[in-house]
Design a protein around this ligand. Structure first.
Ligand SMILES: Cc1ncc(COP(=O)(O)O)c(C=O)c1O
Length: 398
């Protein structure tokens, strides 16, 4: 059952009846973004694309070392942006100090969800247009709606859920034109939930063609594909501002899915300092808590742990794909630590029976193009072995 993220507020509104103060019209017509978050501990969680084994021991050690009196102090952020710069430079293969990326290019947020919310808050005005794809990550739409924006969601191309590049290109309007262009273009790469990959160069092309549009690339799952716009931008060396040619591009990264910090809530937006600063204006001064800061520093210092986890997930993916092929199960896997599969029995029944077996997966019921499928997050090979054993039984495969 999908539980509301804000049950207490819902109760207050209901019991107060019509006398509760009304919110802005856009908020009155909004349904709170909800996700089935409760009662998941102790189960095999293949429903939120989280890291399924937890963070580096260095993260655990760093959090345990925080003295209790520090809980009483507002968080300090010094050094975290620098650590992100170092980590992104290393990932792009440039030596320390070898890129012109600076702390001012990095925005810190309460998860990438916090960054997404802030971007819409800062840039989306009533009547402005959000251009995106469908189906994609579920939080973009409510953020657009709460600003009163119009949403244009272009479907992925069947049968393989290819990126609708030409359609997106056309919807941006004539090259270089700012009039009539959408306010925001949101691209999730690889896309959650279809896994669709788009070559980074193509995203840079779109951003260059639409200078009047803020192009946001949600790279939450890029570690599993290696497709990122950052390496080509950082390739200019230490003297070239990486975003000089892409002042309208913002890249989102998180430590939730790879480094195992989903519960601590920390995410990053990377872009031209003037852009990052504008988005930060709509955030509170202490939005990211001290535990997240400490954990992020430790996680960024142990890239080897993340690399080993990603490699294990990719091994597990290959193994599971082989089983699915051999058993003739319809499936779709492209990028990210998740895949879609279409059970023979109704997806809701299979989801419920797997839960009985202690395994959580996510039904895609009601999502355009993929209604009837299940999204299964990928974890370790051992975990995928457990999943596959249960799935075979539950869906009647022998
Ligand atoms: C594509 C995408 N973007 C953003 C998020 C939210 O990330 P975070 O946990 O950093 O807020 C998710 C989480 O599922 C996601 O799938």
């Amino acid at each position: 059952m999908a539980l509301d993220r804000f049950p207490a507020q819902a109760h207050v509104t209901a019991s107060a009846g019509g006398s509760a103060p009304r919110a802005r019209p856009e908020v009155e017509s909004l349904v709170a973004y909800s996700a089935p978050l409760e009662g998941r501990r102790g189960l095999l969680r293949l429903d939120f694309n989280e890291n399924t084994v937890g963070p580096s021991p260095m993260v655990v050690e760093a959090i345990r070392a925080i003295p209790a009196d520090h809980y009483a102090i507002y968080p300090e952020y010094d050094g975290l942006r620098e650590a992100v710069v170092g980590s992104l430079g290393a990932e792009a293969g440039v030596s320390p100090g070898g890129s012109a990326l600076t702390p001012a290019h990095i925005g810190l947020f309460n998860g990438v969800d916090g960054a997404i919310h802030a971007i819409f808050h800062a840039f989306g005005a009533p009547g402005d247009r959000l251009l995106t794809t469908s189906p994609t990550f579920g939080y973009y739409t409510p953020c657009a709606r709460m600003q009163g924006m119009a949403i244009e969601a272009i479907p992925y191309r069947l049968p393989d859920f290819d990126f609708p590049f030409e359609e997106i290109r056309a919807a941006l309007g004539p090259p270089g034109s700012a009039t009539g262009a959408p306010r925001l273009l949101l691209i999730c790469n690889p896309n959650n939930p279809t896994g669709t990959r788009l070559a980074p160069q193509r995203i840079l092309e779109l951003a260059a063609a639409a200078p009047g549009t803020l192009v946001v690339v949600d790279e939450l799952y890029e570690a599993f594909t290696g497709d990122s716009v950052l390496p080509p931008l950082l390739a200019g060396g230490a003297n070239a501002d990486p975003f000089a040619a892409a002042p309208n591009l913002l890249v989102l990264r998180s430590l939730a899915k790879t480094a195992g910090l989903a519960g601590l809530r920390i995410g990053f937006a990377i872009g031209a300092p003037a852009l990052v600063e504008r988005v930060s204006r709509v955030c509170g001064p202490y939005d990211i808590n001290s535990f997240a800061v400490t954990a992020a520093q430790a996680a960024l210092a142990d890239q080897a742990y993340v690399d080993a986890y990603v490699a294990e997930v990719l091994r597990a993916r290959d193994w599971l794909l082989m089983q699915l092929r051999q058993a003739g199960v319809r499936h779709h896997a492209a990028g990210g630590n998740y895949l879609l599969l279409w059970p023979r029995r109704p997806a809701a029944d299979v989801e419920a029976d797997l839960r009985q077996a202690g395994i959580l997966v996510r039904s895609m019921a009601g999502k355009p193009l993929i209604d009837g499928s299940l999204r299964v997050s990928l974890g370790s090979t051992e975990q995928m072995g457990r999943f596959w054993q249960a799935y075979r039984r539950v869906d009647g495969l022998t």
